[in-house]
Design a protein around this ligand. Structure first.
Ligand code: SF4
Length: 570
């Protein structure tokens, strides 16, 4: 059986190599060159797929008087090309329109160079994974053909041939069939598991396979926060009748390459019904993760590791998926950053809006259409019926974002989370959309959480602000007070870097020197210390706690807790 294994494995392996080489070359040519290359290659593939593969193999092998490994490699390997050609072609079509390929053309790379140096490195990973799965399949196929008597000519052994021989002696020596059967089963299982692991390794975005799930689990010690807890009970926010959202000590972490990324650390804030709160900070400060945690849409394997999110007195971190599904859309709406990718590209705007209405309300299709029309009019769309019949790609970015707002407001949620809702739009459209959103939420008494990196937007459209840095709250309070008398050096720097109309031509807009700490950096002391003009020795050792600095205002800075240091710095 060990001797036979050599034939089974070598035949399957060489057949896979043949299929991979032929299919990848054909897919690259069809996808990259297009035109008649694409037509001819794909039609040949269609014709081949129309003919039963096993039947073809049996006919070809049946007419050969003396079958050897070479014959089997050709019969198993050649027909498999179309599988690779189709996958490679579709990936090439997606890749060749990307900016990095256009940039390669712009620097003068010829077609062959674009294909081999730019496109192929982006797609080979998927080919390797398919080839590994195909390897297991061809071992089974070779065994099937040998079992049917169309494999290697006896006495050359292979697992399928041994299985067929054992079948004749099944009653007196069953192990003759059982052993090669088990060998085939365990080999194919091992190959499939290896392919799964290879997919995890080659594509970091897919690191959720069997092996990774085990490695990336959290240990209780994995979550450690270095921020000094605020033990002054009088300063801890408490839930009053009007505060319908309270986020308390929220921490969110993601496992990454065996380490833990603390994306959000001990974030606390409250929001009253019908009021607007801005969460502001640079990219990577934890704003969007905080928003995703509120609506419980954190991408696995990330998760809330600490804290509570009390929505109308109920802790959302403990809510079941079913309960959250009932709340999403109906009680908590969300507007995402990029409307072009957030709307379903293959459904018309009307179909998406009517579907959303049907999820939350039992109304007829005609009524749902009427509700959708009114919702589009509410966000300033002049031709709502025309927009309902169009697809997202037929609308401009501004129009798509208006549709997203209309979708989020369809069920009249009590809380709306807008995650950078106008980042991708020009300034004029941005102002129009934010005005409409502002009017809509005031009219319906909807509470708003506006996530943005632009502190100017927060000052204009919200009542309260929370400034985040490296996943921590630096400062929070009523927006006017924070903008006019910022306590935290980071808030001061953000405000100083706001574009202003009164800036003289000889004055330069100020920027914040340095960068945010890396996602996996171990933070010791105040995370803003490397960029802070007021940093002191204690800042490099102790992460300052969030302390009340005025009524309704909090800041996390040693300058606030060490009055002498503040005097000196001023
Ligand atoms: Fe700057 Fe120190 Fe305050 Fe951090 S704690 S913001 S480093 S002064």
């Amino acid at each position: 059986m060990l001797y036979g294994a050599r034939n089974s494995l070598v035949i399957a392996l060489l057949a896979v190599l043949l299929s991979t080489t032929l299919g990848t070359a054909a897919g690259l040519l069809a996808g990259f060159l297009g035109g008649w290359w694409d037509t001819v290659i794909m039609r040949l593939g269609d014709m081949q797929l129309a003919f039963p593969f096993i039947l073809l193999a049996i006919i070809v092998l049946g007419v050969l008087p003396d079958r050897n490994a070479f014959h089997l490699i050709l019969v198993l390997g050649i027909p498999g090309w179309i599988l690779y050609a189709r996958v490679v072609r579709s990936r090439v079509l997606a890749e060749r329109s990307k900016d990095y390929v256009t940039a390669a053309k712009a620097i003068g790379a010829n077609r062959m160079r674009q294909m081999v140096k730019y496109v192929l490195p982006s797609i080979w990973q998927v080919v390797v994974v398919i080839a590994m799965l195909d390897f297991g399949f061809l071992i089974l196929l070779e065994a099937t053909l040998s079992f049917l008597g169309f494999g290697l000519t006896p006495p050359t052994p292979s697992w399928g041939g041994i299985l067929a021989e054992g079948r004749r002696n099944m009653t007196i020596a069953p192990w003759l069939s059982i052993m090669p059967g088990l060998a085939i089963m365990f080999t194919v299982l091992a190959i499939n598991l290896t392919a799964d692991g290879a997919a995890d390794i080659f594509d970091p975005k897919l690191k959720r396979g069997v092996f990774r799930r085990i490695r990336q689990s959290f240990s209780p010690a994995a979550y450690v926060s270095d921020r000094v807890p605020n033990d002054d009970v009088s300063e801890a926010p408490s839930l009053s009748a009007s505060q319908f959202l309270e986020v308390r000590d929220l921490s969110v972490s993601f496992p990454l390459e065996g380490r833990v990324v603390h994306a959000v650390r001990q974030v606390s804030f409250t929001l009253e019904r019908g009021r607007a709160l801005g969460i502001v900070g640079e990219s990577g400060s934890g704003k969007s993760v905080t928003a995703s945690a509120i609506i419980q849409l954190i991408d696995p394997p990330g998760r809330v590791t600490h804290g509570e999110i009390l929505f109308e007195g109920r802790d959302l971190t403990r809510a079941s998926n079913e309960d959250m599904a009932k709340l999403r859309g109906k009680s908590i709406g969300m507007i995402f950053q990029n409307p072009t990718t957030s709307l379903n590209p293959v459904l018309s705007i009307g179909a998406q809006m009517i579907e959303t209405i049907h999820v939350h309300r039992k109304v007829s299709s005609a009524e749902a259409r009427e509700l959708a029309t009114r919702a589009l009019m509410d966000v300033g769309i002049g031709d709502p019926r025309g927009v309902l019949s169009r697809y997202p790609f037929q609308l401009s970015g501004g129009m798509n974002q208006r549709v997203m707002i209309a979708l989020a407001m369809l069920a009249q949620p009590e809380l709306l989370i807008a995650d950078e809702p106008t980042t991708a739009l020009d300034v004029t459209t941005q102002a129009q959309i934010l005005e409409q959103l502002h009017d809509l939420i005031r009219e319906r008494h909807t509470a708003l959480i506006l996530i943005t990196h632009d502190i100017a937007l927060v000052s204009e459209y919200t009542d309260y602000v929370v400034v985040l840095y490296a996943g921590q709250v630096c400062e929070s309070g009523p927006v006017d007070a924070v903008i006019h008398t910022p306590h935290h050096p980071y808030t001061q720097a953000l405000i100083a870097s706001m574009p202003r109309a009164d800036l003289q031509s000889d004055q330069r807009l100020r920027t914040i020197p340095g960068e945010l700490p890396g996602a996996t950096d171990v933070l010791i002391g105040c995370p803003f210390a490397p960029r802070c003009a007021y940093a002191m020795e204690i800042c490099t050792r102790v992460n300052p706690p969030l302390k009340a600095v005025e009524r309704e205002r909090q800041a996390a800075c040693h300058l606030e807790t060490l009055p002498a240091a503040k005097e000196e710095s001023l």
